[in-house]
Design a protein around this ligand. Structure first.
Ligand SMILES: Cc1cc2nc3c(=O)[nH]c(=O)nc-3n(C[C@H](O)[C@H](O)[C@H](O)COP(=O)(O)OP(=O)(O)OC[C@H]3O[C@@H](n4cnc5c(N)ncnc54)[C@H](O)[C@@H]3O)c2cc1C
Length: 460
């Protein structure tokens, strides 16, 4: 995701002091009586950052994690020992002033830059697009961006919100377009779906991009993003295999019940993904207030899935990105690829599928998906392209502890719903996780900052 956000650094600065404090080794034991017991639910980056900050300040912290591993939607696979690959988050978006870049440095994790413009684009027939098509893509891209900028400005007035697709299609006069241009426009809409994970029909044209703007390039981790979560976890108390199903805050503190037992504390920090909250698998007693329940129901949880294909040798050009314009009846199918050979030093391609097609792909077998991916690659690179030796395919939407890839601002939601989602209850239940970050939802740094914010609510 995210090839467009290269922007200003302001959104991250507020929490940098806390971030610098996290992972320190100083003894900052709180004064007598101020030491709090805290349960953190979820060992993703948000839960780990909250637990890290609280533990470093001398509080008594236990992390309860449903899976048998830490990291949540940061997950480095070691299925290929010579080529670790990230099945969840890949990039640090905008390294300047980004706390994750700082953590990566302290963890000693190597990163390599990728460039959005380092891209080879293929048309539906598999040939590289010529200057004429490139100009038309640019023309439609600008027309859509201008219409969306106008829709975002409408936030100040009474104009009702509309879906990203309807605004874009109106801007390009869709019904009058020749089929070839429709395919180009559809692929530009699919770019937004990859970045924001919601479908163009569901994304709010007004609020889809309400994020903190970052400066600096994007970088990937050749040895895996897991280095960051491993680093944050050092010295923390994490209990895996603990599926939380009940949070009782009717008494003075909180009681958290899992499938194996009950745990009591002064505070709980809930960091499970929005999709898990939407599923209702965690019961809150008393129930959540209306504004929080409304936020949970109305914000969107989208899909971005990955398909790594490992080949005997490379057969593609040496650019960071390889982009295909699918036929109109196959919108978003196998449209975006990363040349992972640059990252892993092995002949690997990484394909992304988002939103509607991403969700559908999770209902199909790996064999079927690989065959369809190969049909696209053979359209572009010819019939002699070898079969892959192996593959790794994600299913984030079907994962019971994620229930989607990351959140998006759905038509019918408003940004203040993220504040409602983030708000603590009775200074006992605190909420963190990417979906609670109004400015940088859907990102690792947004999730990380939300954990620091929840920790600060507890430490005062
Ligand atoms: C395919 C993909 C690509 C992405 N690419 C990028 C990218 O390039 N850059 C970027 O910045 N972001 C990216 N993201 C988004 C990023 O991964 C997330 O925003 C971030 O990791 C979320 O962290 P979190 O702590 O909020 O949630 P999570 O990491 O999901 O942590 C929540 C934890 O809660 C646990 N949990 C769930 N239910 C329960 C329960 N009942 N009891 C106990 N524990 C429970 C989960 O197992 C999980 O460990 C991507 C995400 C995906 C899926």
């Amino acid at each position: 995701m995210n090839r467009r956000r290269f922007l200003r650094a302001s959104g991250l600065s507020a929490l940098t002091t806390l971030a610098a404090a996290a992972c320190n080794t100083d003894d900052t034991t709180p004064p007598a009586g101020a030491r709090r017991s805290v349960i953190v639910v979820g060992a993703g980056i948000a839960g780990l950052s909250a637990a890290r900050a609280l533990t470093d300040r001398g509080h008594d912290v236990m992390v309860l994690e449903a899976r048998d591993r830490i990291g949540g939607r940061i997950r480095t696979s070691d299925q290929w020992p010579d080529a670790p690959v990230d099945l969840g988050a890949s990039w640090i978006h905008g390294v300047d002033g980004n706390p994750i870049a700082d953590l990566a440095r302290r963890a000693g994790a190597r990163t390599i830059p990728t460039g959005a413009d380092d891209n080879t684009v293929y048309g539906t027939d598999g040939h590289r697009v010529g200057q004429d098509s490139a100009d038309r893509i640019e023309h439609w891209r600008n027309a859509i961006a201008a219409a969306l900028a106008e829709a975002q400005d409408d936030a100040e007035d009474e104009t009702p919100d509309a879906s990203l697709r309807s605004v874009a299609e109106h801007a390009v006069n869709w019904s009058a377009l020749p089929e070839a241009d429709k395919a180009l426009v559809a692929s530009l809409l699919n770019d937004y779906e990859h970045e924001y994970s919601g479908s163009a029909d569901e994304l709010s044209s007004r609020y889809f991009d309400d994020d903190a703007k970052l400066r600096g390039g994007d970088v990937l981790f050749p040895a895996g993003y897991g280095a960051v979560t491993d680093y944050l976890t050092r010295g923390l108390t994490v209990r895996t295999g603990q599926v939380v199903d009940r949070v009782d805050w009717s008494g003075a503190g909180v009681t958290v019940t899992t499938t194996t037992g009950s745990f009591a504390a002064d505070h709980v920090v809930i960091t499970v993904p929005l999709g898990v909250l939407q599923s209702g698998t965690i019961e809150f007693t008393p129930g959540l207030p209306e504004d929080k329940s409304t936020a949970i129901a109305k914000l969107g949880m989208g899909v971005l899935d990955k398909c790594y294909l490992r080949f005997p040798h490379t057969f593609w050009p040496d650019t960071d990105w390889l982009t295909y314009v699918p036929a109109l009846d196959k919108p978003g199918h196998w449209a975006q690829w990363i040349n992972y050979a640059r990252v892993a030093g092995q002949p690997i391609l990484l394909g992304f599928n988002a939103a509607g097609f991403g969700r559908d792909s999770e209902t199909r077998s790996d064999t079927d998906l690989v065959a369809e991916a190969m049909a696209t690659l053979r359209t572009v690179y010819g019939p002699a392209v070898p079969d892959p030796l192996d593959h790794q395919i994600t299913c984030w939407s079907s994962d019971p502890y994620a229930r989607g890839s990351y959140s998006f601002n759905k038509l019918g939601s408003t940004p203040d719903m993220r504040d409602h989602l983030a708000a603590d209850l009775a200074d006992r239940i605190h909420f963190a996780g990417e979906a609670t970050d109004r400015m940088s939802f859907g990102t690792v740094h947004g999730a990380y900052n939300s954990g620091l914010r929840a920790a600060a609510e507890i430490t005062g």
